[in-house]
Every structure is written in structure tokens, then in C-alpha cells.
Design a protein around this ligand. Structure first.
Ligand code: GLP
Length: 264
């Protein structure tokens, strides 16, 4: 995997957006983008929106697939991922809302939600580039530690740690954070043709080190990315602080040949 260590959040945004734009340029206007919620990718979306506003990127025919959704929140709840994706991705990036998909978190539809979502991804031709964040416990999407490394889209139970981490979006009240989610599985995420993971801050340092340099283990779901042929981690200095091979990653990035450089 490639690891790019950046001085600040805006550089993380610029380089991760450049990775997405590079894939979009190769695939063409109907690129399929996998999108994550959380605070980490916001700089990525801002940098992509700047490219769209400048006329350098057109996502009007693109499709987007969200990673996950809480179970039991109405779709118009401001913290539902339906509404979060609309606010942070669909509108600023100018994607046609009819081509934006979020898993169905309605309790009524749970038995078939995973299957229906997998079918929608397949019908769109698969995800070309998946944008990811990572939880402090190493989760990606809502695949908590001990998730099967080949899991598909399904309902999962959130750990107390994840609910605590996400309580900040629910007036700091963990009881307001849903206990269940529907998430793309680790096997589903691995099917994306390229992956870019963004992480910032000291709180993510252990998860990033475990995902990049630790053993491949269901105890750190992000470590499954070691099995993917085309992954880029874009992190800030704090999130990189526990990487033992940081100097090597810096050297590898700086010495990239011209054809492999990102236009950021
Ligand atoms: C959430 C989401 C993940 C996200 C993670 C980190 O629980 N389900 O997709 O990557 O938490 O969030 P943040 O970037 O806000 O730290």
C-alpha cells in the first residue's frame, strides 16, 4: 500500500481528492465513487467540490455508494447517513441524487437490506474508488473488530467504543447513538477497484499503525486493506506518529516517478 504523510488537513484533503480525480479521469464521467461519512473525509469532499466548482471535474453523471447507515434513524434525521451524504457529498459535488445510494436502515427491511445493496452496487458495475475513514478501534464502514474479513453488506452491532466516539454527533449522549447499522462488508470494500483511506489526529495513530503495519487480523478490520492491490492511506503527521516505517513512506512518495505523481 501507499502511505502519504501530509503536514495538515488541507493537504490530506488535496491529495486524497487528487487520488479520486485521477481515477475519475481514467474511468470517465460515469465513475462510481464509494463514500464515507465521519469527519475525516470532509477535507476530501471540500477539495473535490473545489475541483467541481473550478470546472476541472464533472461528477454530474457519476454514482455514489455510501458505506453504511444507522438502523432506525429516519432518513431525514440530520445524523442519518442518508442526510449526511446529501449534505456533504451529493450537493457540494453536484452528483445526481437519483444515482446516490445509501443502505436501507429501516428495521422493516433489514432481512434483505444487505442483499439489495450488493445488487445495486453490482448493477452499477462495481465501485471504482472507495473513500474510507477509520475508527479508533480500526473499524472501516461499521465493520467492528471480529468482523469476517470476507463479510458482505449486512446488519452489525456497534461496539460501545464506536458509540462513544460517535456520541459527539448526538449531543454527547451515547444513548442517542443507534446500536445497530447496515454496513458494506469487508469483502464488499475489497471489491472496490481502488481505495483511499484518510485519517487525521493522534486518536487515529494506533488504528492506522495496526491497519498498515500490524498483522492481518479481524481484530483490526482496516488491516484487511493489506490484501487490496490498490490502496492509498493519506494521513496527517499525528495519525502517522506510530508508523515505524514513516521515513520509508516519505521517501517513496517523494521519489515517485513523474507518471505516478498526483496532480494536487
Ligand atoms: C464512523 C463511520 C466510519 C468512519 C469512522 C471514523 O463510525 N461509520 O465510516 O470512518 O466512524 O469517523 P471520523 O472520521 O469522524 O473519525
Amino acid at each position: 500500500m501507499d502511505v502519504i504523510i501530509c503536514p495538515d488537513e488541507s493537504r490530506v484533503g488535496a491529495l486524497s481528492a487528487a487520488t479520486v480525480a485521477q481515477v475519475a479521469a481514467t474511468v470517465g464521467p460515469r465513475v462510481v465513487i464509494g463514500v464515507a461519512t465521519g469527519s475525516s473525509p470532509l477535507a476530501t469532499y471540500a477539495a473535490l467540490a473545489a475541483r467541481v466548482d473550478a470546472g476541472k471535474l464533472d461528477l454530474s453523471q457519476a454514482s455514489a455508494f455510501a458505506l453504511d447507515e444507522y438502523v432506525g434513524l429516519p432518513v431525514d434525521h440530520p445524523e442519518s447517513y442518508h442526510d449526511t451524504i446529501r449534505r456533504t457529498v451529493t450537493e457540494p459535488l453536484g452528483i445526481d441524487p437519483s444515482r446516490v445510494y445509501v443502505p436501507d436502515g429501516d428495521p422493516e427491511g433489514l432481512p434483505t437490506a444487505g442483499q439489495r445493496y450488493e445488487a445495486a452496487i453490482e448493477a452499477a458495475g462495481g465501485v471504482d474508488i472507495q473513500i474510507l475513514g477509520i475508527g479508533t478501534n480500526g473499524h472501516i464502514g461499521f465493520n467492528e473488530p471480529t468482523s469476517s474479513l470476507s463479510s458482505r453488506t449486512r446488519m452489525t452491532t456497534l461496539t460501545a467504543r464506536t458509540r462513544q466516539d460517535n456520541a459527539r454527533f448526538f449531543c454527547d449522549n451515547i444513548d442517542e447513538v443507534p446500536q445497530h447499522a447496515v454496513t458494506q462488508g469487508l469483502g464488499t470494500i475489497l471489491d472496490a477497484r481502488a481505495v483511499v483511506l484518510v485519517a487525521m489526529g493522534e486518536g487515529k495513530a494506533a488504528a492506522v499503525a495496526a491497519a498498515v503495519e500490524g498483522p492481518l487480523t479481524a481484530m483490526c478490520p482496516g488491516s484487511v486493506l493489506q490484501m487490496h492491490p490498490r490502496v492509498t492511506f493519506v494521513v496527517d503527521e499525528a495519525a502517522a506518529s506510530l508508523l515505524t516505517m514513516a521515513d520509508y513512506y516519505r521517501e517513496a512518495h517523494q521519489s515517485r516517478p513523474a507518471w505516478a505523481r498526483l496532480d494536487a
